[in-house]
Design a protein around this ligand. Structure first.
Ligand code: RP5
Length: 162
């Protein structure tokens, strides 16, 4: 079995609807990945073990999505020096603003790269992970250029309804 390079974790199965967009991006770039539920407050011991062992397993970066009091990305970042990319998941009562602030307002010393709330954040976190891996991989970088080229073409050929 191919060893995953990117680990996608989320606080609950209910985050999958947002986090599945990360998987779509990583699949598109053929990046080996894994996805699992790891909860900061419901399974704290698992979270610590996961974060502490990730680097030795060959993981290069972790994408962590959570909603509400979203401490998962920050707590994982506290236990590893791998880059942690945080995705704020839309929440029921505060539409993800709580998630965003919980993830982005990390006190100094332990960084978490924070993305937009919901699907846009999940897609961009996936693309950012590809960019991290492409720093020393010119073939992957070429794929990123092609992705952007396709995106530009779709804007340039878009037609508005009359
Ligand atoms: C967080 O609480 C999860 O990341 C999720 O976004 C939120 C709600 O979880 P469930 O009650 O749906 O399991 O831990």
């Amino acid at each position: 079995m191919i060893k995953p390079l990117v680990s996608i974790v989320m606080g609950s199965k209910s985050d999958w609807d947002v986090m599945r967009h990360v998987v779509v991006i990583l699949d598109e770039f053929h990046i080996a990945h894994e996805a699992k539920v790891v909860s900061a407050h419901r399974t704290p011991d698992l979270m610590f073990q996961f974060a502490a062992e990730a680097r030795a397993r060959g993981i290069r970066c972790i994408i962590a999505g959570a909603g509400g009091a979203a401490h998962l990305p920050g707590m994982i970042a506290a236990k590893t020096t791998l880059p942690v990319l945080g995705v704020p998941v839309n929440s029921k009562h505060l539409q993800g603003l709580d998630s965003l602030l919980s993830i982005v307002q990390m006190p100094k010393g332990i960084p978490v790269a924070t993305f937009a709330i919901g699907e846009a954040g999940a897609v961009n976190a996936g693309l950012f992970a590809v960019e991290i891996l492409a720093v020393y991989d010119s073939e992957l970088n070429e794929q990123l250029n092609q992705y952007r080229q396709k995106q530009a073409e779709s804007v340039l050929t878009s037609e508005l309804p009359r």
